[in-house]
Write a protein that binds this ligand. Structure first.
Ligand code: AMP
Length: 218
């Protein structure tokens, strides 16, 4: 049986990781694991985990490792070797990357590729300010000129669109700061392992998708 791809999509908030992950999930038939979506799901259900995560998410800070790592690793380890996975939003600091590597070594095969989507800060701010997310399936949407969230429905499932609390200006500023300080060092970790591919992410969704597929040799 062929082994499924093990991919990390890496990049700042607003780089388009979620959008690219959905395209890759549909074309490559691998499982999409988004740590942010998982926390938002728990938040929507009002679980203890959701309430704990909310304090950090709304401020644009990382949810502590002792809350995050076990729950995401459990999800990752539940995916079969044949199916493979795309990680979106995890790992987000070097400790998470080390714990992921340890967990996968138990499966004797590590991450195949880390695709780093690079986007300039002004473009990130522009995108996050106009980003709406589906309440049901979490698909991200950019509203076109003259469109408003109340009258537009999710492209994928017709769900209601809303603006995330942490897409407000203060939280966005903090999230970019946290990315630069805590998440960027993860790039060095994967560069050393020879699995990193850098992709310019200022282009259209289709162009970025093409470049990601090329980086994967797909
Ligand atoms: P995202 O949807 O990936 O932008 O994540 C939204 C928020 O969820 C982040 O700003 C963090 O508060 C939290 N979060 C998501 N993934 C992680 C992670 N790997 N480690 C810690 N916090 C995370």
């Amino acid at each position: 049986m062929a082994q499924g791809l093990r991919l990390v999509l890496f990049g700042p908030p607003g780089a388009g990781k979620g959008t690219q992950a959905q395209l890759l999930r549909d074309s490559l038939k691998v499982t999409h694991i988004s740590s942010g979506d998982l926390f938002r799901h728990h938040l929507g259900q009002g679980t203890e985990l959701g309430l704990r995560a909310k304090e950090y998410m709304n401020k644009g800070e990382l949810v502590p490792d002792e809350v995050t790592i076990d729950i995401i690793l459990d999800k990752i380890l539940s995916v079969s070797d044949e199916e493979g996975f795309i990680l979106d939003g995890f790992p987000r600091n070097p400790h998470q990357a080390e714990e992921l590597e340890k967990a996968l070594n138990g499966k004797s095969r590590n991450i195949d590729k880390v695709v780093h989507i690079e986007v300039s800060e002004p473009e990130l701010l522009r995108r996050l300010g106009g980003r709406y997310v589906c309440r049901a399936c979490q698909a991200p949407h950019a509203l076109g000129e003259g469109e408003d969230a109340a009258s537009k429905k999710c492209d994928q499932c017709c769900g209601e669109l809303y603006q995330r609390d942490d897409d407000g200006p203060e939280a966005v500023k903090k999230r970019i700061e946290v990315y630069n300080k805590e998440t960027m060092p993860v790039l060095g970790f994967y560069r050393e392992r020879g699995v990193l591919a850098d992709i310019p992410g200022d282009n259209t969704v289709e162009q970025v998708n093409k470049q990601v597929m090329e980086a994967l040799g797909a």
